[in-house]
Design a protein around this ligand. Sequence first.
Ligand SMILES: NC(=O)c1ccc[n+]([C@@H]2O[C@H](COP(=O)([O-])OP(=O)(O)OC[C@H]3O[C@@H](n4cnc5c(N)ncnc54)[C@H](OP(=O)(O)O)[C@@H]3O)[C@@H](O)[C@H]2O)c1
Length: 263
Amino acid sequence: MIISIIGAGNMGGAVARGILKSTSAHTVRISNPSTAKLDALRREFPQLLTTTDNREAVSGADLIILAVKPWLIAQVIAEISDALSYERQVIASLAGGVSLNDIDALLPRPANSPAPTLCHIMPNTAIALGSSMTFIATLRSTPALDETLLRLFAPMGKTMLITEEQMPAATSLASCGIAFALRYIRAAMEGGVELGFRPAEAQRIVCQTLQGAIDLLAQEGAHPEAEIDKVTTPGGLTIRGLNAMEAAGFTTSVQQGLRASLK
Ligand SMILES: NC(=O)c1ccc[n+]([C@@H]2O[C@H](COP(=O)([O-])OP(=O)(O)OC[C@H]3O[C@@H](n4cnc5c(N)ncnc54)[C@H](OP(=O)(O)O)[C@@H]3O)[C@@H](O)[C@H]2O)c1
């Protein structure tokens, strides 16, 4: 498959790296208006094809991944649209807050041309480390194409096929969610410093504790509340801490934050 990525920034670069590290089965092209990021990627992956011309990038590609900022999607589509072939190309977008229907409305429909096959891909910043939670929603796809897309992104973390209607909730939970998780870590670190640890020690302690919690949940059938029950001795310290956090609105705050981050 020939994969063309438009935009070599954080996300476009991470997707190119993720694909090229995991397989040599695909030809990957990437375009960007300035050359510094393209040159850096080429030094890492000499087989990567780079260009500053978006129309050249999409010509003959099987999968086109738009990895520009949301407000540039319309401009890039206008630039490449007459070089697209809906018969053979799948058009994917990483843009947050730009739905499949938005992309569909931006793409012109030449006479006798089939409607385009579209894909919305939503990774999070951990994609750079191969640890993303990546959601994929498609329009006019087939089960075989859905499977191909899931397999393409699987080496970059965990992938999940969802509907476009679920995309805002998925974005809140996993893309904004990275920031929410980091904010918990920062809060716990600051608490740890108040209790007497140096910031670097507190960070190491909090991160390993979170890692342990994640490992516990990775056990088959594990549920957070069941693991919490194991720590909460009746009348003990942990339940006092949990109840104090709940009295300060912990669960409500997290859920309000998730709802506030919906489009
Ligand atoms: N960051 C996240 O957590 C996250 C998560 C999921 C999805 N996304 C989505 O991913 C997309 C890209 O975000 P990002 O964080 O990768 O942004 P970014 O680092 O700013 O990258 C965007 C890239 O697009 C290039 N570009 C600008 N105009 C272009 C054009 N006309 N044609 C081709 N390339 C062009 C920019 O080049 P110059 O720098 O040379 O201008 C830049 O390298 C956004 O739509 C965002 O919503 C981001």
